[in-house]
Design a binder for this molecule. Sequence first.
Ligand code: ADP
Length: 444
Amino acid sequence: MVGMMVVGMGVMGLLFLNSPISLEMVAGVVVIIVLAFPLAMWLTRRVLGPVWELQSVVRTLLSRWGLQPEEHDDVDVLTNRLVQLTSISQERIQALESERAKVGAVLDSMVEGVIALDRQGIVMLMNPSARRILVIGQESVAGQSLLEVIRHRGLSDLVEFCRTLKPNEQCRREVALQLPVQRILEVNAMPLPDTQGIVLVLHDISELRRLEQVRSEFVANVSHELRTPLTAIKGYLETLLDEAPDEPATHRRFLEIAHTHADRLSRLINDLSRLSDIETGKVVLHTRSVGLRTFVNDILAIFENEAGKRGITLHNEVSTEAIVWADRDRLSQILVNLVDNAMKYTPGGGAVMFKVHDRDQGFTGLQIIDTGQGIPPSDLPRITERFYRVDKARTRDQGGTGLGLAIVKHLVQLHGGSLRIESELGKGTTVEIELPLEQFTSAS
Ligand code: ADP
């Protein structure tokens, strides 16, 4: 364009002269034209070269964003295109930022731990759940390798193994970490596309494994508990059938023993089905206002006779103002169980006493205190587990099923309260159940 202008100016000069054309003039014009043309070309390249380059870049960018570039862009179109490109870029950046925020929010709210490692095994990302699972806290892990963050051979082996995987392949491994409590993690590892990094997804399955163990122990315990009285019943009945003892007294004694074991069997099955009803939500509470003093008196009356025989004194120190919000039948079941235990494990001359201990937040603590044999500190944490007994043989002989405290705990929890047990070996035990006050109605 600049070249054309220069040539044009030459021709215009000729026309303006408006005089006879001499040879020198023509030659001059030709020389001007010859000199002006390369100059014009040079100037054109110099001035428009960067614009053309810019046009080509813009075209490439436009086609990358999926837009059709125009074939003949002039400077105005180019300017418009640049404005368009800027606004598209801004939109894309905003979209990417919002996408990033979304991914960040998802990672932050995930229950599973997520750790991303680069090709050197350096931690690039660790979500809050991974920190919680690995007990890492808020300290920075940037620039550290996974092995520096958490020393565990199983995990680092898994990372190494993951490097041999093809894209889209993944591997799963269960690792046990001492943190300092043992945690069992299921770790899924997969290579990150393009980066040669690795992403690890940690799933804390400690509770799942614990429950599996509890379940299998429970099944083993139930079979054992049922088998013991059944074997006895079968044994005595077979003896009666096969050998038929002559004396009626022996006959009767065998039948009585079989009967005692049948009783035990039925107690066990009743307790098991009670427990299962509570756990499966079949028990519905019919709560109302219960005056504790009178209620406790009624419970103690059930044991008066036996206590008198064994020289155990029963005390009710609950005040008449103590009123709770409870299901009378279930409360009676709870208290009978607890007094039964207190009596069972308290020798003659001892005492069983009821007291009330005011608790905050709308609850009253009803305490059943005995002066019995007590529970060793090592057994206390497990005492409410199903079938857990301190002295297995002895408590079984005393008719215990090992399910009483488990049932009590669940029934108290159904009322919205909790169970606490304190004990000193040789001195006695205090069992405290938390029950909601009258105005506390959420358990109804
Ligand atoms: P059980 O029917 O065998 O009594 P529980 O679940 O009621 O089962 O109690 C579990 C175990 O806790 C008992 O076997 C006994 O060893 C211990 N225990 C419960 N209550 C008392 C208590 N008041 N004093 C001493 N030991 C107790």
